[in-house]
Design a protein around this ligand. Structure first.
Ligand SMILES: C[S@@+](CC[C@H](N)C(=O)[O-])C[C@H]1O[C@@H](n2cnc3c(N)ncnc32)[C@H](O)[C@@H]1O
Length: 273
């Protein structure tokens, strides 16, 4: 039997403009001038779902919708690539710069502020559990705008892909190997999940009361924002850092030419003044 082939409709310049404005206003994501192919591949299933012929019709539906379609489009338009122990230098820096100086009586709090499906947060959880041991005086908060990745993060169940960077002792101690129908999957151990919580947060909106943190990871998300959005987000995150707290950003990202109350103390590593 021949495979069914759906021809993706083209995104007209009018529809692209509306969708580009939509995702900028909702999530701060700046698609630029030339991401028509990306929009088409991510959203064409929504045209099929609504039985629409063109992106012009879909763009109108989207901007006039006040409910679930907006959320679905945001989920589809965000890029959620992530993996365990990505940019490993930050994990070593975390130990060297922060943990060894942390007052023993205070609970150590860390925020993975664009956590995607949780691999970053659980990588840090492995480092923290290994360091703090039975005292358990640590907590990780993970958040993302995308509701689907947050659900996945809460489950902590992952396909065994791109797991080579997990140190072998962490793999043994913190990752349960799936059997039967879960063959090829790993499940994060309960003791890490107990101290790791996830919630949906849009960083471009006023932040909810999340408390104060010793460290914030904000990695591989600033690339999607323009300078103004980037600066606003960094300022609001700095307000959630304890004095001398650290902010880690992605290796290909920069905060150059922004006048912020933080100092660069290592590669893509900043400290609150
Ligand atoms: C490429 S992933 C990075 C994940 C992880 N930090 C890492 O470095 O592997 C970027 C994440 O940022 C999220 N994101 C994009 N815009 C956001 C916003 N306005 N507020 C919160 N999260 C956002 C996306 O949903 C996506 O999961």
């Amino acid at each position: 039997m021949a495979a069914l082939h759906f021809k993706q409709p083209e995104v007209s310049s009018k529809a692209y403009k509306l969708i580009r404005e939509f995702i900028y206003n909702e999530a701060g994501i700046d698609l630029g001038e030339t991401k028509q192919m990306l929009v088409s591949s991510r959203l064409s299933k929504r045209l099929r779902y609504h039985q629409l012929d063109s992106f012009d019709q879909y763009a109108n539906l989207l901007i006039n919708n006040q409910g679930i379609e907006r959320k679905i489009a945001i989920d589809l338009l965000t890029t959620n690539e992530t993996y365990f122990f990505r940019e490993a230098e930050h994990f070593a820096a975390l130990k060297k710069l922060v943990l060894d100086n942390h007052p023993a009586e205070q609970k150590f709090r860390l925020w993975s502020a664009a956590s995607s499906s949780g691999e970053e947060a659980y990588s840090i959880a492995m480092v923290l559990d290994d360091y703090f041991g039975v005292s358990g005086k640590w907590e990780i908060f993970g958040s993302d705008i995308n509701s689907l990745v947050i659900e996945k993060a809460k489950k902590g169940l992952y396909q065994c892909l791109r797991i080579d960077a997990i140190p072998p002792n962490f793999l043994r101690n913190y990752c349960l190997k799936g059997r039967g129908e879960y063959e090829g999957f790993l499940l994060i151990d309960k003791k890490l999940k107990h101290n790791t919580h996830f919630s949906e947060i849009n960083l471009t909106k006023p932040l909810p009361d999340v408390g104060m943190f010793d460290v914030i990871f904000l990695r591989n998300v600033l690339i999607y924002f323009d300078a103004k959005t980037k600066e606003n987000i960094i300022r609001s995150l700095i307000s959630k850092l304890r004095p001398k707290g650290l902010l880690f950003i992605g290796h290909s990202e920069s905060l150059k030419s922004m006048d912020l109350p933080i100092d660069l103390i290592g590669p893509t590593t900043y400290q609150k003044r």
